[in-house]
Design a protein around this ligand. Structure first.
Ligand SMILES: CC(C)(COP(=O)(O)OP(=O)(O)OC[C@H]1O[C@@H](n2cnc3c(N)ncnc32)[C@H](O)[C@@H]1OP(=O)(O)O)[C@@H](O)C(=O)NCCC(=O)NCCS
Length: 165
């Protein structure tokens, strides 16, 4: 387990993804509203099975979930996809009704911790220009915008890890 905290009267646990989480992950992604899916993936995904399979089984992906400790329901997912250069693309999504309660911040802190432990030299990502919450997460981790596209910002979070370790 990476983290544990309260959100109202719910106890939330952050832990690594296991193969047994497959069905719960599919339920989580299928519950998300189109707007949330678009904000996270920049397209509308209807069939999440291939994506979930990659999250669970790819050796270059470190993925964690935030789950309700009493129901086991997933309320957020975050992952790092490590590329050939030793950097990783980060992604986070929190269930709509649980957004704005600090879960994304905890997931982001966990990703940063994992990245440092794995020697990942930098985390990068793409964020829609009006995504205030995501931009604040990046800023809190010491990241900054590097490139501006029309409706999207490319951000980098330097971590000081070794090259390709
Ligand atoms: C972006 C996202 C992951 C953030 O998770 P979250 O749990 O909602 O975020 P938090 O509650 O931890 O808040 C993050 C920051 O936004 C701020 N924030 C929260 N709600 C806000 C609001 N309505 N207006 C302005 N700022 C807000 C928080 O105060 C916090 O900043 P601070 O710590 O400097 O005060 C989540 O909103 C989400 O899943 N969005 C859709 C998918 C997405 O955009 N993913 C990111 C791109 S990969």
């Amino acid at each position: 387990m990476f983290d544990e905290f309260s959100v109202g009267d719910r106890r939330i646990v952050i832990r690594g993804i296991c193969p047994d989480d497959k069905e719960k992950l599919l339920e989580f992604y299928e519950k998300l509203r189109d707007e949330t899916i678009y904000t996270r993936f920049f397209s509308i995904i209807r069939h999440f099975a291939p994506y979930v399979k990659r999250l669970i089984s790819s050796s270059n992906i470190y993925a964690v979930i935030a789950e309700d400790a009493s129901t086991g329901d997933i309320v957020g997912v975050a992952e790092l996809v490590v590329d050939e250069s030793g950097a990783a693309e980060g992604g986070i999504v929190v269930l709509e009704e649980m957004q704005g309660k600090g879960i994304g911040s905890r997931l982001a802190d966990t990703l940063a911790r994992i990245a440092r432990e794995k020697g990942i030299r930098k985390v990068y990502g793409y964020i829609m220009a009006d995504n205030i919450r995501a931009l604040r997460l990046v800023k809190k981790l010491g990241g900054r915008p590097r490139n501006y596209y029309s409706s999207m910002i490319y951000v980098e979070i330097p971590l000081g890890g070794g090259e390709c370790s």
